[in-house]
Design a binder for this molecule. Structure first.
Ligand code: SF4
Ligand code: SF4
Length: 85
């Protein structure tokens, strides 16, 4: 799951994470319950939900492949690779 929502901390009806998610991944079923992560495979890991939650109830969980990426940043940006000095 790309994000975790702490249901005990969540204010449930506030919907701010749902509002700021650019991919419509978060879905609020009702005002009484914490929102659901409806389309986890489509998360961009942008962090907007975590940044805007007023009570820190959202945590973005990066997959190990993203945290341990060995691809040089130039390659990811489509730039020529830097040569070692
Ligand atoms: S990390 Fe970004 S794309 Fe993923 S659920 Fe949060 S706001 Fe949406
Ligand atoms: S922004 Fe935070 S408090 Fe508001 S619904 Fe989302 S998780 Fe709950």
């Amino acid at each position: 799951m790309p994000i975790l929502i702490d249901e005990k901390t969540c204010l449930a009806g506030c919907t701010i994470c749902d509002f700021f998610c650019p991919g419509d991944i978060i879905w609020r079923e009702s005002r009484e319950k914490a929102p659901e992560v409806k389309y986890p495979d489509e998360c961009w890991y942008c962090g907007a939900c975590e940044d805007h939650c007023p009570v820190d109830a959202v945590k973005v969980v990066f997959p190990p492949e993203m945290l341990d990426c060995q691809t040089p940043v130039e390659t990811l940006m489509g730039l020529p690779a830097r040569r070692p000095a």
